[in-house]
Write a protein of this length. Structure first.
Length: 184
């Protein structure tokens, strides 16, 4: 959904992430309250319009259960935050997920009788899940991990790749082709 919203209008994404700062006024007693619509200037109307557009896009992208959960939200940011906690969990839950995925990443090995394509697919699933939680690894680290996870019978091919290629600049997909060819 992030990419979809950003391609429509990057300002929408900024509004969702940073909040809309809906127009307010400060009363004589110091209370801050929503500004009445009849007092909006052009900037206020633009802010409210962008917020409404962002809310509309979010609502169109969710199911009825999620709609019921966020329908009372005033701003697109509030909607997004509520959906984020629902689907990703609190920071504590995110950290637990990251910890579990990092453990999977660290313990990753090629399974017996598993082909390279399936192994790479499993590996990519772990990497994508980590990236969704803002935990990233460089291509260099991932290439080295893929090469380390192979069984001893693959060591001559691993050595050949390490000697022939600069692992610091090698994209993750590059060793996949070499390993699949070797597998044949």
């Amino acid at each position: 959904m992030t990419i979809f919203i950003q391609t429509l209008d990057y300002n929408l994404w900024d509004l969702i992430v940073d909040g809309p700062n809906l127009p307010t006024v400060t009363l004589e007693n110091g209370d801050v309250v929503p500004k009445p619509r009849n007092l909006y200037d052009d900037i206020d109307r633009r802010i409210v319009q962008i917020n409404a557009k962002a809310k509309h896009i979010i609502i169109c992208a969710i199911n009825s259960n999620d709609f019921n959960m966020i329908s009372s939200c005033i701003s697109a940011k509030e909607m997004w935050d509520r959906l984020e906690v629902t689907y990703e969990g609190t920071n504590q839950v995110k950290e637990a997920k990251i910890s579990m995925l990092v453990h999977e990443y660290e313990m990753f090995t090629k399974k017996e009788n598993e082909d390279i394509k399936s192994m790479f697919s499993r590996f990519t699933n772990i990497i994508n899940a980590l990236q969704a939680l803002d935990k990233t690894n460089s291509d260099s680290e991932m290439v080295r991990k893929i090469l380390r996870c192979l069984p001893r019978s693959w060591m001559p091919k691993v050595t050949a790749i390490e000697e022939a290629k600069n692992l610091n600049v090698l994209p993750l997909e590059d060793p996949l082709g070499s390993l699949m060819t070797h597998e044949l």
